[in-house]
Design a protein around this ligand. Structure first.
Ligand SMILES: NC(=O)c1ccc[n+]([C@@H]2O[C@H](COP(=O)([O-])OP(=O)(O)OC[C@H]3O[C@@H](n4cnc5c(N)ncnc54)[C@H](OP(=O)(O)O)[C@@H]3O)[C@@H](O)[C@H]2O)c1
Length: 287
């Protein structure tokens, strides 16, 4: 039975990147739908689940992408509403809009290679964006004590409240991080720092990073100069700089690609999976 991946993308053009990765990960056909709106999802899901019988539905799967992560989340939620599990009529689904789930999983996995995450202190700069929020969520689930940084403390507090709804025992606090002085304050006592700010935004100046006495791992996800952590190179992958293990965006990107492919391959193992940030992170932990 041919492995068919149905790509639902809210953008005007479906992502070529996601199509290529799908093929490289073992999908034999990729049906790409662009400009998908939530009200169109039901018929697309029905097309997927009513064609092959329950025994063969593991060979059909859905990938939700697109550059707008909120729009992707809405499509993912809508997809979940139209499966018919009572009749065995369902297919597995992966959400990776804008690469947010695979990128966050790769970043947290990288940190976890060097420091036990349970009880670790972690500052997530740019913590209000889709990638930063997912990093904070995964860290909190691992038992880390997480500071969510934003140029506006109120935005960081809003994210903390949302995350507490998802991870009830999360240890989270908001931190203002709109100036080098504020970032230096937010970095006090932190072992891990993640820079998940917008492309081209420098979040952590070199002097502030070097002054930290507690920092063990620094991970930057911004590949567009100026980079997010000054002095960390984009290709760094576990490179020690000033006594801190450093990763740049391309260093993390390699792992991210492996996780993306593994998650696509996983879709075709069973027909009952919904892979969001936590499930993708779980896959990243497997050998
Ligand atoms: N390697 C990959 O495949 C991959 C995939 C996805 C993302 N990424 C990278 O990961 C990073 C995070 O992605 P994202 O989509 O979550 O980012 P985003 O939504 O564009 O930005 C994240 C946060 O950065 C802050 N920010 C925005 N403009 C800023 C500026 N000019 N100066 C300082 N801070 C600014 C904002 O927080 P506040 O307003 O609250 O301060 C925003 O919520 C990006 O650098 C992106 O390129 C890489």
């Amino acid at each position: 039975m041919h492995k068919i991946l149905i790509q639902l993308d809210g953008d005007a053009q479906a992502s070529v990147f996601d199509r290529v990765v799908a093929i490289d990960a073992g999908a034999e056909e990729v049906f790409s739908y662009a400009g998908v709106k939530p009200e169109q999802v039901r018929d697309l899901v029905h097309g997927a689940i009513f064609t092959r019988g329950p025994k063969n539905l593991k060979s059909t799967a859905i990938f939700v992408g697109g550059s707008d992560v909120s729009a992707g989340e809405a499509l993912f939620h809508e997809v979940s509403k139209h499966m018919l599990p009572q009749f065995g009529l369902r297919v597995s689904v992966l959400l990776d809009a804008n690469g947010a789930n695979t990128t966050a999983a790769a970043a947290v996995r990288a940190a976890g290679r060097h420091v036990p995450l349970k009880g670790a202190t972690a500052l997530v700069l740019g913590g209000t964006g889709p990638v930063g929020q997912r990093i904070a969520r995964l860290l909190a689930r691992e038992g880390a004590v997480v500071r969510v940084g934003s140029r506006q403390a109120s935005r960081a507090e809003g994210v903390c409240q949302t995350l507490r709804g998802k991870v009830p025992d999360a240890r989270l606090e908001a931190a203002a991080a709109g100036s080098p002085e504020a970032v230096a304050k937010a970095l006090v006592d932190q072992q891990l720092v993640f820079a998940a700010g917008a492309a081209g935004a420098l979040l952590l100046p070199c002097a502030v990073r070097i002054a930290s006495k507690t920092l063990k791992v620094a991970i930057d996800l911004n590949a567009v100069p100026p980079l997010g952590i000054e002095g960390v190179e984009v290709g760094d992958k576990g490179v020690e700089r000033d006594g801190v293990i450093c990763y740049g965006a391309i260093g993390v990107g390699d792992t991210k690609m492996k996780i993306h492919k593994a998650a696509i391959a996983r879709l075709f193992e069973r027909n009952d999976q919904f892979l969001d940030a936590e499930e993708v992170y779980q896959i990243s932990q497997e050998p």
